[in-house]
Write a protein that binds this ligand. Sequence first.
Ligand code: GAR
Length: 195
Amino acid sequence: MSNYQPVKKIAIFASGRGSNASKILDHLGNISGIEVVLVLSNKLDAYVLNIAKENNIQTHVVNRDSFYKSDYTVKLLKNLEIDLIVLAGFLWLIPKDLIKAFPDRILNIHPALLPKYGGKGMYGQHIHKAVFEAKEKESGITIHLVNEKYDEGKIIFQAHCDLSQIKSPEEIGKKVLELEHKYYPLVVEKYLDRV
Ligand code: GAR
């Protein structure tokens, strides 16, 4: 009997600096049977593209028309035999055809405790400012499946942090990002068992 197990292939979508993408690459790089084969961005100058190139990973930059009005992305992902799409700071809404082509195969991380502080326009420092102004006692991260609405897919993981000593939105951002870096790579690895 053969012990052959197919490699599980991941595409990371990111719009910005790519610190989560970098942590995921570091973690998964040490695990056999898992490979990140594509980093896709909607921004030509996103730093995450440099990280991908340093790791010899194929990159692709989408524009609005190709992303929303053509089947280019679905075809690209299917041709690469992608098993899981990991959003790591990707700020565009995922089109319906992509969700349909990858059912329960798209994960997102959100830097707050959903269902609070989610939805269009709620990203990065906007979230931490809102959390700070509301004098929340805690914040955290949410990792969830992606559906056709911003931040409303099934939650699969949350981690909390205490805000009692916090003096600024920036401090919240730092604490939350630490949680993202600690848990997102682990949750992605674990979720791959299900795909
Ligand atoms: C992360 O904090 C992620 O949770 C957030 O963008 C940041 C990307 O940072 N995503 C959202 O706000 C999605 N609504 P990174 O580029 O350093 O990984």
